[in-house]
Design a binder for this molecule. Structure first.
Ligand SMILES: O=C(O)C(=O)C[C@]1(C(=O)O)C=C[C@@H](O)C=C1
Length: 291
């Protein structure tokens, strides 16, 4: 595809937006903001954009299962790159509306908190300790939550979201950094038909989706040993339902090796020889994060 690349991503001011700006810093790309993650996937699937930005795993909340399932069942978009980005969440609202006697926000004045479910889960301890009385409501993104609070003054509403969203909607940071741990990162995937052309990374990975044969005792052990005896490192193994039958699962396996090496195709052939189905989800650079 020629010309300026287009990247589908959740709305401006989301963590995904911050992360994609970081990945493409200094490069001439066009961001196409989509309200829902389904629109992010479908935009590239339908060819309207070259890539989609998909949050896939978080330090505190683990894998984003919904997005993993979309990658497998709904679209066929190869993974082109992965990178991590800090997920810094803040309590956002209007200080003037929510302040107590001392001018600081007063938890008792907050009736409802909005956010994306994954962002909300990252702030579980804070919400339980400081706002146990508040109703929690989830939305398709953190910036959508901030927008809702912006449009509804005087109701005691607050949002969990980024500094960028608070600034975009002219709201205040009531409390900064409210995630359960400071060292909170989200891993993102760039998926789509176009190869990623950014600066190359020395670390490469390959993601595989493996379906085990039925009635083959020890099949998972054999799969793992095909990697183990070749001393191939796996950075993640995760099971998800095939959605066809109760108890039937795929295994997502991230291998710390490019598909261009001799070892990995040999391991895949060995795994297929025992009757497993192997789908290659992508072989891609793992871009390091530099603070
Ligand atoms: O709502 C956002 O800000 C997003 O970018 C979405 C999302 C996610 O889907 O996991 C991405 C990263 C954050 O850690 C929390 C939420």
């Amino acid at each position: 595809m020629s010309g300026r690349h287009k990247v589908a991503v959740l709305p401006e001011g989301t963590v995904s937006d911050e992360a994609v700006r970081y990945l493409f810093r200094g490069q001439d790309v066009e961001f196409v903001y989509c309200k829902m993650i389904s629109d992010v996937f479908q935009s590239t699937d339908a060819g309207r954009t070259d890539w989609s930005v998909i949050p896939i795993e978080n330090t505190i909340d683990g894998s984003v299962s919904l997005h993993m399932d979309w990658l497998v069942h709904e679209v066929d978009l190869p993974i082109r790159a992965e990178w991590i980005f800090p997920s810094i969440q803040n309590l956002i609202g209007r200080t003037r509306e929510l302040a107590g006697e001392h001018g600081k926000w007063d938890p008792a004045k907050i009736t409802k908190v909005f956010s994306h479910p994954v962002a909300m889960a990252q702030c579980h301890d804070f919400l339980r300790a400081k706002l146990p009385h508040a109703e929690l409501d989830t939305l398709p993104s953190t910036s959508e939550a901030v927008r809702l609070v912006h449009e509804n003054p005087g109701r005691g509403w607050a949002a969990i979201g980024t500094h960028l969203a608070a600034a975009n909607f002219g709201l205040d940071i009531l409390e900064a950094g409210v995630t359960d741990h400071d060292n909170n990162f989200t891993r993102f995937l760039l998926v789509g038909a176009a190869p990623y052309e950014g600066p190359d990374a020395s670390r490469r990975k390959t993601s595989l989706l493996i379906t085990l044969p039925e009635d083959y005792p020890g099949a998972l052990h054999q799969v793992l040993s095909a990697f183990a005896w070749r001393k191939v490192n796996l950075s993640r193994i995760e099971s998800r339902p095939t959605k066809k039958r109760l108890g039937s699962y795929y295994f997502f396996i991230d291998v710390e090796l490019s598909l261009d090496t001799v070892l990995l195709p040999a391991a895949i052939s060995e795994i297929e020889a025992i009757g497993c189905q192997v789908r290659i989800l992508g072989s891609y650079p793992s871009i390091p994060y530099e603070a």
